[in-house]
Design a protein around this ligand. Structure first.
Ligand code: SF4
Length: 70
């Protein structure tokens, strides 16, 4: 099962030096109800934002500064 996070504009992939891969949910910075590292796979999510549709959206992406705080 593919996780919704894989195609969500809020997700940022984090890889460790040992090769582990985690999916970080940047929406958790703004909405405390969202886990920073949601258990995978995610099948349903109210915060999902399709990254392929983001160009048509008026919603801004998180800033680079927000990413650096992670
Ligand atoms: S908003 Fe939902 S689908 Fe998107 S990264 Fe966070 S948990 Fe995953």
């Amino acid at each position: 099962m593919t996780s919704l996070c894989e195609n969500c504009s809020w997700m940022r992939e984090v890889k460790t030096a040992k090769g582990s891969r985690f999916l970080l949910c940047r929406l958790s910075q703004q909405q405390p109800g969202f886990a920073k590292y949601p258990p995978q796979p995610v099948g349903k999510c109210l915060g999902f934002r399709d990254e392929s549709a983001i160009e048509d959206s008026d919603q801004p992406l998180p800033s680079k500064e927000q990413d650096d705080e992670l």
